[in-house]
Ligand binder design. Structure first.
Ligand code: GLA
Ligand code: ZN
Length: 702
């Protein structure tokens, strides 16, 4: 019983006692999201349907030799499993699973609803999504469905049920992935519009309430019947056209529609399959079009698809974004996660990227392990010779030969197996939280306020500095319990409901250190500007008053800091004209017309401190200094002070602490580490320093 969840029925006391005794006997500790025997799953996304059957046994053999113990299968195999409506054929998949089982390779099955078979589109043309121009998507790609369409939902439930019934007792099937990468569809058909209207009716109850929330007195946009409500014109490239309050609700609604679609598949799987078959989904890290907290809620754990090479296309870089994304993924359920897909070679559709450097496949995997990944699956096993992704390279090339990339993945699999006991029930525990909020992501996309402003961009300034300081933050949902944290960062927390503001003030009062910055707290939860002087309800914690502010465009203002931020810096993009009032000015403007205002302030409130940064500083080094000051203020110390390009992370469990040190650069790096500690990968103990070759990693038991 690994993936425990509440049963619909009440067990008798006796059954409960037996379950508890068994649980104590077989699982002495919570193993997090590792396998039932505490094993770490390592493998690849595999498409047996791409290859002749006489190759399958050799693939399975190569997997076993590599130390792989899992594959994900079938997430694009709908037409092969249901060649015509209601007729199911699992023979090919049974055979593939048997072949893999013979080599002890377990299977995760994907529900195949991300690509509808041609017969679905032909028989039910309204299952295809409608584009903003009123025409339907042409069948022939993927992620092309309307999530409101009744036929599509019935067919999705049908294939899910058929798969679950067929595989529920299969000993080699360990779990399920719903669909594939939810979030890409934005259908504008009449049915989606009607469901949006229903959703709004449930949310607001009355039209008066909706009109108030959306502020439809502006431009005379009052609606008098529910069916007058249209779909806001608010997608890519046209973010600002519609009412931002309506646009925010549309984002929440489309997100909900995906979640609701997934919920039906989850319900079917949970009803039919035993508890030990988990249900997960492959998330996309920093993807912005869905409320990922909601998508994660029904699942046993989060998995994600990590393609750092996509952002480091031509030249390797320091993988800040993959580090950020991993923390976001861990934050969705405040739980470890799986890697369901990961860069395995050059990638791209028309053109492709650089190859992965020797050591890089391993380094990318360890970075995720360090942040809480409990399984490692590469995309894909073998590079396909047909279709859109012929250049999205797998561990094996087109030729199917096990080469350098395969060998490196095999090395990871073998090393991970040795780390299992140490990894059990460990996760990242941080003293620092960043509030990661989808409402603010969306609201700032409609109205960034100043050129280049975005929620993720603002968070990244701090996250990169924390990375360089050797500290991982937890990315937490607004409203999450903050009592375990010493430092909370709320940069660009644009949508700030009153209760969240009150929680942040109370956090400072009781001894926490809070950071807020430009455009924090401007909006309420309906995406209307608060009718208050900024920083609104945060004022007691920050001690400043912002009566005016401006975008800077090409203008820059020189600023001068004092201890602990002594030095000159450059304010760009935006400036709050922040009057310090009760706060201490740490950095002030040097030039007219902002000479009397503060760029950075610190205020003592209750037992804690509230910091405010009212601009975007040009120098990245400024954020290193600032984060250093915040950590010092909060009494948070990093275990290791890493050189540039080296990342450190600590996984902790009961009585155990594992330090990961990861060299993201192509040169050797020398890192000062605690001496006399066990080095888990190569054996022996640490000296005062550690030399890591290009892309080298170390795991040290503290
Ligand atoms: C995504 C999808 C995969 C594949 C890869 C590479 O992560 O889930 O099916 O398309 O991208 O393109
Ligand atoms: Zn639709």
């Amino acid at each position: 019983m690994r993936f425990l969840r509440p049963h619909p029925w009440l067990p008798t006391v006796l059954t409960l006692a037996v379950v508890l005794v068994t649980a104590v006997a077989t699982t002495p500790q919570d193993l997090g999201t590792l396998g039932p025997e505490g094993q770490i799953y390592v493998g690849a996304d595999y498409y047996p349907e791409h290859w002749p059957k006489d190759r399958w046994a050799y693939d399975a053999q190569l997997m076993q030799e590599a130390g792989f113990n899992v594959v994900r299968l079938a997430e694009f195999g709908w037409v092969l499993m249901e060649p015509e409506e209601g007729r199911f054929d699992f023979a090919w998949l049974d055979e593939a699973i048997e072949t893999l089982a013979a080599r002890d390779v377990k299977v995760i099955l994907g529900t195949p609803t991300a690509v509808m078979p041609a017969w679905v589109a032909r028989r039910y043309p309204e299952a295809l999504a409608m584009k903003p121009d009123g025409t339907r998507v042409v069948w022939g790609g993927r992620k092309n469905n309307c999530f409101s369409n009744e036929d599509y939902r019935r067919l999705s439930a049908g294939i899910t049920r058929a798969m679950a019934e067929h595989y529920k007792d299969h000993p080699n099937v360990i779990g399920w992935q719903t669909d594939n990468e939810f979030g890409g569809t934005d259908c504008r058909c009449d049915r989606c519009r009607a469901r949006f209207q229903d959703w709004l009716r449930r949310k607001y109850g009355t039209l008066d309430e909706l009109n108030r929330a959306w502020g439809t007195h502006f431009w005379g946009l009052k609606v008098q019947t529910w069916d007058e409500i249209t779909i806001p014109d608010s997608r890519e490239g046209e973010w600002a056209i519609s009412n931002p309050s309506a646009s925010l609700d549309w984002m929440r609604y489309t997100s909900w529609l995906n979640v609701d679609f997934q919920a039906e598949q989850v319900r079917i799987i949970r009803d039919l399959c035993p508890d030990h078959q988990f249900v997960t989904h492959n998330f996309m890290g920093l993807f912005q079009n869905m409320d990922y907290y909601e998508l994660a809620r029904d699942l046993d754990f989060v998995s994600w698809d990590n393609y750092p090479v996509f952002s480091d296309w031509a030249k390797p870089g320091i993988s800040y974004a993959a580090s950020f994304a991993a923390d976001v993924m861990r934050g969705l359920k405040r739980k470890n996660f799986w890697i369901m897909e990961q860069s395995a070679g050059p990638l791209g559709w028309g053109t492709f990227s650089r190859n992965l450097r020797p050591g890089e496949i391993r380094k990318i995997a360890y970075q995720q392990l360090a942040h809480g990944a409990d399984a490692q699956i590469w995309f894909r096993w073998r590079t396909c010779t047909a279709g859109r992704e012929q250049y999205w390279h797998g561990l094996l090339g087109h030729d199917g030969k096990p080469g350098r990339r395969y060998q490196e993945a095999a090395q990871v699999a073998k090393e991970y197996a040795k780390l299992e006991d140490d990894l059990a029930a460990t996760t990242v525990k941080s003293d620092v939280a960043v509030i990661y909020d989808y409402d603010s992501i969306w609201a700032l996309r409609f109205q960034p306020g100043f050129e280049g402003n975005s929620f993720q961009g603002a968070v990244a300034r701090y996250q990169r500095a924390l990375f360089r300081a050797g500290v991982n933050a937890d990315m937490v949902r607004p409203g999450a319990d903050l009592s375990g944290y010493r430092l909370v960062l709320a940069p660009a927390l644009h949508v700030l409901p009153d209760d969240l503001a009150a929680q942040l003030v109370a956090f400072v009062e009781s001894g926490g250190v809070l950071l807020a910055d430009a455009r924090t707290g401007v909006k309420d939860e309906t995406n209307r500007a608060h009718a208050r002087t900024l920083p609104g309800l945060l004022t007691p914690a920050l001690g400043i008053e912002i009566a005016e502010y401006e975008s800077l465009g090409a203008v820059e203002y020189a600023v001068q800091g004092k201890d602990p931020l002594a030095g000159t810096f450059t304010a760009t993009s935006y400036a709050d004209w922040a009057a310090p009032k009760e706060a201490d000015v740490i950095v002030g403007y040097e030039t007219w017309p902002v000479k009397d205002f503060a760029a950075v302030t610190r205020h003592s409130h209750g037992e804690g401190h509230g910091w405010y940064v009212g601009t975007v500083m040009k120098e990245e080094a400024f954020y290193d200094r600032l984060v250093g000051a915040l950590l010092a203020d909060a009494g948070v110390d990093a275990v290791v002070d890493p050189p540039e390009g080296v990342e450190v992370s600590v996984r902790q469990g009961e009585g155990r602490s594992l330090l990961f040190v990861i060299n993201h650069t192509e040169g050797t790096q020398t890192v000062s580490v605690p001496a006399g500690k066990e080095r888990l990968l190569e054996g022996g103990t640490t000296g005062e320093t550690l030399d890591l070759e290009a892309y080298g990693v170390a795991v040290i038991r503290l």
